[in-house]
Design a protein around this ligand. Structure first.
Ligand code: SAM
Length: 244
């Protein structure tokens, strides 16, 4: 790898990730639009649509690494009056921004919990759905996060994960490399004064397992009927699984 972050001990990884999101929380939403050229919106829409919560029955959902609430609000828009979403994040600054952004029409349908994806503060079988978007890559022990997801879902519950993936389109891969190793750190520096953190995030995308391998990890956590769908030439991938 280019920058040598692979040598960072596991215990320090979370600290580094936390630094990034603490420094960027207030500018996170605008950074997302800038860096993805607005594409994070249709990607997140696709995730919420894939979940399609019931519009008529109660639906209790958990959005992990939920940050400023983008996924939660999209799920609430697709659900009914009995849909409830818990946004969980390890970073209180991100959650503060989320609390301020709750649309009036969804007040009372969402709550915010500061906790670690590796150690969820909920009882077994307490949710109908679990989502994690652009979050699992940052969790040091991914397999712990996956088995926690499995534990808190009720039988019949749905797991969805949206994450950056491997670009598999000739031509686009070159553009993407240039973009992520040069443009992203520069943009990060312009907006937050910190290019290093963004290099770290870009590198973590490179080290994330291939869709097939990640699907296997999801199965190892206990999920069944695991499938995935690449979007935008493989820039992101949506994995799905069921607790049977
Ligand atoms: N899901 C949101 C979205 O798509 O806009 C936020 C994604 S943001 C790129 C990653 C989030 O993961 C940050 O808010 C960060 O604080 C959170 N995070 C990192 N490590 C975590 C952990 N171990 N447990 C819970 N959240 C974590």
């Amino acid at each position: 790898t280019h920058f040598g972050y692979q040598d960072i001990p596991l215990e320090e990884k979370q600290g580094r990730v936390d630094d990034v999101f603490r420094s960027v929380a207030r500018r996170y939403d605008i950074m997302n639009d800038l860096m993805s050229a607005g594409l994070h919106r249709p990607w997140k829409d696709a995730m919420a649509t894939a979940l399609s919560p019931s519009r008529t029955r109660p639906f209790k959902h958990l959005d992990v690494a939920g940050g400023t609430g983008d996924i939660a609000f999209r799920i609430l828009d697709r659900g009914g009056a009995q849909t409830h979403v818990t946004v969980l994040d390890i970073n209180g600054d991100m959650l503060d921004v989320g609390r301020e952004r709750v649309p009036a029409r969804h007040a009372g349908q969402v709550d915010f919990v500061e906790a670690n994806a590796e150690d969820l503060p909920f009882e077994d079988k307490s949710f109908d759905g679990y989502t994690i978007a652009f979050g699992i890559r940052n969790v040091p022990r991914m397999e712990r996060a996956l088995s926690e997801a499995f534990r808190v879902l009720r039988p019949g519950g749905r797991f969805l994960c949206l994450e950056f993936s491997k670009v598999d389109m000739p031509g686009l891969d070159k553009v993407y490399d240039l973009y992520s190793f040069n443009v992203i750190p520069q943009m990060g520096k312009m907006v937050t004064g910190d290019a290093e953190s963004y290099r770290y995030l870009v590198e973590s995308i490179r080290r994330f397992p291939s869709p097939g391998l990640f699907a296997q990890m999801i199965e190892e956590a206990g999920f069944r009927r695991v499938t995935w769908k690449a979007m935008t030439g493989g820039i992101v991938c949506l994995h799905s699984g069921w607790k049977i």
